[in-house]
Write a protein that binds this ligand. Sequence first.
Ligand SMILES: Cc1cc2nc3c(=O)[nH]c(=O)nc-3n(C[C@H](O)[C@H](O)[C@H](O)COP(=O)(O)OP(=O)(O)OC[C@H]3O[C@@H](n4cnc5c(N)ncnc54)[C@H](O)[C@@H]3O)c2cc1C
Length: 377
Amino acid sequence: MTSLHDIIVIGGGPAGCAVALSFLKSHPNGSIIVLSDADPERFKIGESLPPEAARLLGYFDASLPAALSAHLPCAGTASAWTNASLEEHDAIMNPFGHGWHLDRAHFDEKLRAAASGAGAKFSRARVTAVRRDNDQWIVESDVGSAVTGRWLVDASGRRAGVARLLGLRTRKLDDLLSVYALFSSTSGITDDHDTRTLIEACPLGWWYSALLPSKQRLVAFHCDASSAKGAVRTRTGFLDLLHDQTEHLARIVRGHEYDLSAADSATPAGPQTTAACSTQLEGWQTQLYFVPVGDAALSFDPLSSQGMMTALEMGCILGTELAANVKQLDGFSDERVIVQRVTERYAQVWARFEKSRRYYYSVQSRFEGEFWASRRV
Ligand SMILES: Cc1cc2nc3c(=O)[nH]c(=O)nc-3n(C[C@H](O)[C@H](O)[C@H](O)COP(=O)(O)OP(=O)(O)OC[C@H]3O[C@@H](n4cnc5c(N)ncnc54)[C@H](O)[C@@H]3O)c2cc1C
């Protein structure tokens, strides 16, 4: 058994790294360990980083904003949502400037490097069991001996795997599924320079596409899990649906002679599926010295494009509060105070998200059907 840490974080994505970075900013001598099984060589979906993120990254570590130059600047969005024609929002109109299309695995790895440089201990491990004993958390993983800590932070992402180990459950707002694939130009000539995020509604759901730093194009279709049972998960079915249901995206794919990328170590073979539903972790306040953060606490429909930004912001706030608790500052020394503050903050974020989600789905009136109707209420 290792020495007692102030904080154990499980998950080294944006939320977990933000907790570590902000905790150490407020308490440089604090002890925080991050256990993460992330593989920096594997493709990770979730590439659109909004422009506002640069400021927060700069607060965490002055070198992080400059490191964004390794990714692709995003020129704005073009969406066929309320109308069949594209409505464009240029980044030049945004006071924060442009956002980025990230090589997501590389971006997350950079965050982990920054947190490690700030003094967080990292262990590449998959957590398999957690329990509370003698006023401390004991965390077991597939690597080495158990780790002990005062606080346990679940930053394990949308599945909230750690909370599940504690018997907690998430509440799902819907059953949204993302079926996605990477495309490469078959001609070998990359003449696609459209760095906007493209969004296109269709009868069964909606599509989005983004050019990536690798020059591959990510294409993702979002629908109810029940309508994605069959062919859409196959290469031919995915391509047929794309050409059948979209106008703008199909034109880009045809115009630049795109086809699904061949699989390699960083590119998945054929269309992949992942849950994209909006979720809220319930009942976590019953646990002592335990807080979920990022997608483990609240996860959002990707249409909102707020996943990473919210994970970074929530992680920043939580890390600062935990540092104050560990230092026993007035007003923060009581564990329940932190839980209360975080609960209130999450409730505000969720209420805002639900309101805007309902709004965006209700302004799309070109298509009827179960997918759209269920999201307008
Ligand atoms: C289809 C889709 C598209 C999206 N697109 C965007 C987008 O364009 N822009 C955007 O901002 N957001 C997007 N998101 C959301 C965004 O990816 C998430 O909100 C963000 O990754 C949340 O960060 P996180 O740190 O909470 O979780 P994650 O990034 O999921 O990180 C969790 C980490 O925990 C680790 N982990 C999990 N279980 C264990 C365990 N048992 N032991 C050890 N480690 C563990 C994982 O390896 C991972 O590294 C999208 C999501 C989906 C589903």
